[in-house]
Design a protein around this ligand. Structure first.
Ligand SMILES: C[S@@+](CC[C@H](N)C(=O)[O-])C[C@H]1O[C@@H](n2cnc3c(N)ncnc32)[C@H](O)[C@@H]1O
Length: 270
């Protein structure tokens, strides 16, 4: 655990400062766009994008004329988000903060969104509580989370197995199950809709995909840095077996599906 990135308890922010998350996030721009449609984000809505990274979903909300705040605990990612907003001429407030203690009063937002973000915060219940707290009565919470099955879910399970193991925090992919969403949000909301969607990872070859994730996707970069030579070889073999076994492309390239859950909750009207 690292406590020093922002001066607040920053959990494992060093994981996301590793690799080059900007490149990874660019892959799934469409997921944030779809999430803003599902929420939906309407013109003038006050929107908070929690664990915004380089701003994918915050920017999608701003394209819909929301009044948007993006929060993340890795300042370097927020810098990239600001550059992207400026390039598009979009106004978004990007601020350093912790998803576990959002620095906003109760009911400050009409909509809270998070794409593959809050699922990585170890305290699931506390994080869900923060989303519920900052959204006004009758507001919406829309969250996209990788599910346990599919490429990303499997990758995260392997990383966990090779690093934290059974003693680690609850798996992030629990957020990708309707059951967990029901447990976290069900008792506190007036409606909860969960939709399974698929993202397809397309790369030139299995080695291309694995090398790319190893270089840029923080959790895998850190796992490879932590392991010794045998561990790295074993993890590479496991990933290759998975990618090859689930590859839908028949021409040597990669087309691997990854399931995620899109959950939209409505808070009770005041
Ligand atoms: C996979 S990235 C997703 C980023 C972005 N939402 C997107 O769709 O590209 C996960 C993000 O969660 C952020 N994060 C994880 N735990 C956090 C916490 N406790 N507070 C704030 N941000 C956090 C990381 O810094 C990282 O930017």
């Amino acid at each position: 655990m690292r406590e020093d990135i922002t001066g607040v308890d920053t959990g494992s922010g060093d994981t996301w400062a590793s690799g080059d998350y900007a490149r990874v996030g660019n892959l799934w721009l469409l997921v944030g766009e779809l999430l803003c449609e599902a929420a939906p984000v309407r013109a003038g809505d006050r929107v908070i994008d929690v664990a915004t990274g380089t701003g994918n979903t915050a920017l999608a909300a701003a394209r819909r004329s929301g009044v948007v705040t993006g929060v993340d605990y890795v300042p370097g990612l927020l810098e990239r988000a600001r550059v992207r907003a400026a390039a598009e001429g979009l106004e978004v407030t990007f601020e350093t903060g912790d998803a576990r203690r959002l620095g906003h009063p109760d009911g400050s937002f009409d909509v809270a969104v998070s794409t593959f973000g809050v699922q990585y915060v170890p305290d699931h219940r506390g994080t869900a509580g923060e989303l519920l707290r900052v959204v006004r009565p009758g507001g919406r919470i829309a969250v996209a989370s990788w599910a346990p099955d599919g490429y990303l879910g499997e990758l995260l399970r392997l990383v966990d197995q090779y690093t934290a193991g059974a003693a680690g925090p609850p798996p992030p992919t629990l957020w990708g199950t309707a059951k967990h969403m029901e447990e976290l949000f069900g008792p506190h909301v007036s409606a909860l809709d969960c939709t399974e969607r698929q993202w397809r990872f397309r790369f030139r070859s299995p080695a291309d995909l694995i090398g790319w994730f190893r270089s840029y996707f923080g959790p895998l970069t850190v796992a490879f840095d932590t392991l010794d030579g045998d561990g790295r070889a074993a993890l590479t073999a496991d990933l290759t077996r998975y990618v090859t076994g689930h590859n839908l492309a028949g021409d040597g390239t990669v087309d691997v599906p990854s399931t995620y859950l899109e959950a939209v909750a409505v808070t009770p009207a005041g």
